[in-house]
Design a protein around this ligand. Structure first.
Ligand SMILES: Cc1cc2nc3c(=O)[nH]c(=O)nc-3n(C[C@H](O)[C@H](O)[C@H](O)COP(=O)(O)OP(=O)(O)OC[C@H]3O[C@@H](n4cnc5c(N)ncnc54)[C@H](O)[C@@H]3O)c2cc1C
Ligand code: SF4
Length: 507
């Protein structure tokens, strides 16, 4: 028999909870309901149920959720799971922010590599780590535990951060807490990087991003928007001048150069980069419809999204909310397997078939999953008036060659036209889109990335560092935070000779 302390939430002994309590995934609003608005897809979660979910954590000897294949920022997952189980939410928050600058972002939109690495996941569905993280963060803000922490002393050193995505903001937060005077330069009209103008509002409400930006400002971080460092627009700043004016500089400009599809008909109206489409949708939501400007919109249109991934799913979800007529998401790949295969062993990412929020919503709207596999786009078809009316696709066959590698073969005579008045290109990113910034500093990139060493994050000239997608290529928010944290430590060491800021083991 357990003691009363063992079962504050009505389950048997805590050590057996993983046998007694089934996993509850993140609470979401019903797909057919949430489709009608751009509000967050999440439903309120029951704190008692979350305590039960926390109890499922087995306190295993080697928590792989924290290993290099798990959480990239070394979140102290078993510790805060236990604290939540005990109802010690404030202590759980304190442990959570020991390693994570922005758990209110990761709790919402991290794909949770920690859960793929969860030891319980070998035999049972993994612990709901991400839901618990999100609930701790939301509770901390609701209870007023999150207050500006203004550093007591200042070092007199000034750091310029270029780019206000999660990498830049995490570094700014750490450096500010170390007492340095930090200025973040952002070319957009709002801070947040892809948190603001990439990830749609229904996954991450923009008020959540704004709240964090305001908090950083209240703590002493200066954020200057509308400044393109190395750009040609009025109000741009010279990178070389910035380097001279500041004691150190961090480049965290992301990997925002979208890959294109150089196919016949590419210049037709209605063929649009996913990022242009998504950012226009968020701008319209925040600022209203711009007058006299044509903004890509799916209303009443047949839509084809080319390419999968997070961006493709976000396009699906946005097009549904705008009231598209039909929706197909094509990919060259084969459908993922339902179970881990030999190429995806535990504790790495499972590589299995996933029904993400947009797929579930498309099924609710049109009665089926929108994804169509093994299709190669070959041409955009003109309606005779300069607008796209269809996407021509060709079937692919995937075979394994003698070396075990899979290769695609185009099937002759298999071309079909998919009706489409809006075609969204979501085929990845090639690297940063700030050549003027690099040229101004005399730096050279390697295929769109700054090839900085992941240990030093050294940008290639003295006092200049690089972090986030700009260094590693298009990635995830949690990696951007990890890089921002390490960059802050390296910059602090550069400025002060030593640093008390924590490093990140997972990088
Ligand atoms: C549509 C979409 C959805 C995504 N969804 C998810 C998700 O659900 N979960 C997840 O983990 N990841 C997701 N990602 C990936 C994630 O957003 C990125 O990996 C992350 O934002 C990278 O952070 P960063 O700070 O390196 O760069 P960014 O967030 O790209 O920020 C870079 C910033 O630098 C600014 N900048 C660039 N050049 C200059 C310059 N010369 N002067 C001034 N400012 C400049 C840019 O305007 C931008 O604001 C998504 C990405 C996209 C495109
Ligand atoms: S940040 Fe991501 S990987 Fe880390 S604990 Fe949270 S959900 Fe898991």
């Amino acid at each position: 028999m357990g003691t009363d302390r063992d079962r504050p939430i009505g389950i048997g002994k805590r050590e057996r909870a993983f046998l007694e309590v089934p996993r509850q995934p993140m609470a979401l609003r019903a797909p057919d309901r949430r489709l009608t608005d751009f509000r967050e897809i999440y439903d309120s979660s029951d704190p008692t149920e979350l305590q039960r979910q926390g109890a499922r954590c087995m306190d295993c000897g080697i928590p792989f959720c924290q290993s290099s294949t798990g959480c990239p920022i070394d979140n102290l997952i078993p510790e805060w799971n236990e604290l939540v189980y005990q109802g010690e939410w404030k202590a759980a928050w304190e442990r959570l922010v020991a390693t994570n600058n922005f758990p209110e972002f990761t709790g919402r939109i991290c794909p949770a590599p920690c859960e793929s690495a969860c030891v319980l996941g070998i035999i049972e569905p993994a612990v709901s780590i991400k839901s618990i993280e999100c609930a701790i963060a939301d509770r901390a803000f609701a209870e007023g535990w999150v207050q500006p922490r203004v550093p007591g002393t200042r070092t007199g050193r000034r750091v310029a951060v270029v780019g206000s995505g999660p990498a830049g903001l995490a570094a700014a937060d750490q450096l500010n807490q170390a007492g340095h005077q930090v200025t973040v330069f952002e070319r957009d009209d709002r801070a947040g990087g892809l948190l603001t103008y990439g990830v749609p509002n229904m996954k991450l409400d923009k008020s959540v991003v704004e709240r964090r930006v305001r908090l950083l400002q209240a703590e002493g971080v200066e954020i200057r928007t509308g400044i393109d460092v190395g750009g040609r627009r009025p109000g741009s700043l010279s990178p070389a001048q910035l380097r001279q004016d500041y004691d150190a500089m961090l480049l965290a400009c992301g990997a925002l150069e979208a890959r294109d599809l150089d196919l016949p008909g590419r210049s037709l109206k209605g063929v649009c980069q996913a990022m242009d489409y998504l950012s226009a949708s968020t701008r319209t939501l925040l600022d209203g419809m711009p007058s006299g400007e044509s903004v890509p919109n799916a209303r009443g249109r047949n839509v084809v999204v080319i390419g999968g991934g997070d961006t493709g799913t976000d396009c699906i979800a946005t097009a549904l909310r705008q009231g598209c007529q039909s929706l197909v998401n094509i990919t060259r790949r084969e459908r993922e397997p339902d179970q881990r295969d030999a190429v995806h062993p535990w504790p790495g990412l499972p590589g299995t078939f996933l029904v993400d929020y947009g797929h579930a919503e498309a099924a609710a709207a049109f009665g089926g999953d929108p994804r169509a596999y093994k299709l190669l786009p070959v041409a955009f078809i003109d309606d005779g008036r300069g607008r796209v009316c269809a996407l021509r696709v060709r079937r692919l066959e995937w075979n394994r060659d003698d070396d075990g590698r899979t290769r695609a073969r185009e099937v002759p005579g298999s071309d079909t036209d998919l009706p489409a008045e809006l075609v969204l290109l979501s085929v990845g990113f090639t690297g940063h889109d700030s050549p003027g910034l690099l040229a101004g500093l005399g730096l050279k990139d390697e295929g769109g990335r700054l090839g900085a060493n992941p240990d030093t994050l050294d940008g290639g000239i003295e006092g200049v560092f690089v972090a986030g997608d700009m260094r590693r290529g298009a990635s995830l928010i949690v990696w951007a935070i990890a890089e921002g944290r390490r960059a802050a430590r390296r910059i602090d060491q550069y400025l002060m000779g030593d640093s008390d800021l924590p490093d990140v083991d997972g990088l």
